[in-house]
Design a protein around this ligand. Sequence first.
Ligand SMILES: Nc1ncnc2c1ncn2[C@@H]1O[C@H](COP(=O)(O)OP(=O)(O)OP(=O)(O)O)[C@@H](O)[C@H]1O
Ligand SMILES: [Mg+2]
Length: 176
Amino acid sequence: MMEDLSLHIMDIVTNSVRAGAKHVSIAIEKDEKTSMMRLEISDDGHGMDADMAMKVQDPFFSTKTGRKVGLGIPLLKGTAETTGGSFSLRSTKGVGTSIRATFDSRHPDLPPLGNIRDTFFVLIVSHPEVDFDLRYAADGKDFLLDTAEWRNELEGVPLNHPEVIGFLSKYLDEHL
Ligand SMILES: Nc1ncnc2c1ncn2[C@@H]1O[C@H](COP(=O)(O)OP(=O)(O)OP(=O)(O)O)[C@@H](O)[C@H]1O
Ligand SMILES: [Mg+2]
């Protein structure tokens, strides 16, 4: 199991970026009544056919050269399923991939969420060409950020321009 859920998010989004995604949406939502957490990550990358989508859920499969074991997806699936939640992966070749995991936030073995502010920050800044549609709704917060909107406002100034990074950093500090 990974140390915290943020690391799972990093891994799954790295897969999306590697698949050529231009748009990635991440939603983390907690239902305070049932205490179930939902994590959903969708991308418009090159996707997978049905056979591949099944195989990647198996820890002994990876397409990365020089390595036989891909762990990102099986690890997230394992964390979800052993903490009273569920996992599903839907993918269509040429269209994109969507991964949904739920967790019971009361389960004693559930890793902490980790630093979601830093996770969002690093993702945006290290992939300035990707549009991120981010949602975090838990623990009294309801955070939404769509970097496509920022991109429009910025009129060609990249999202990793030093001044934009400074602004983004403050924005995340204030809202997350
Ligand atoms: N969003 C995605 N779009 C297209 N293919 C994907 C996507 N996510 C995963 N894959 C495919 O599934 C494989 C397994 O992914 P997984 O994250 O489990 O392992 P990995 O990325 O290969 O290695 P690791 O995450 O352990 O560094 C990837 O190598 C890739 O071929
Ligand atoms: Mg991976």
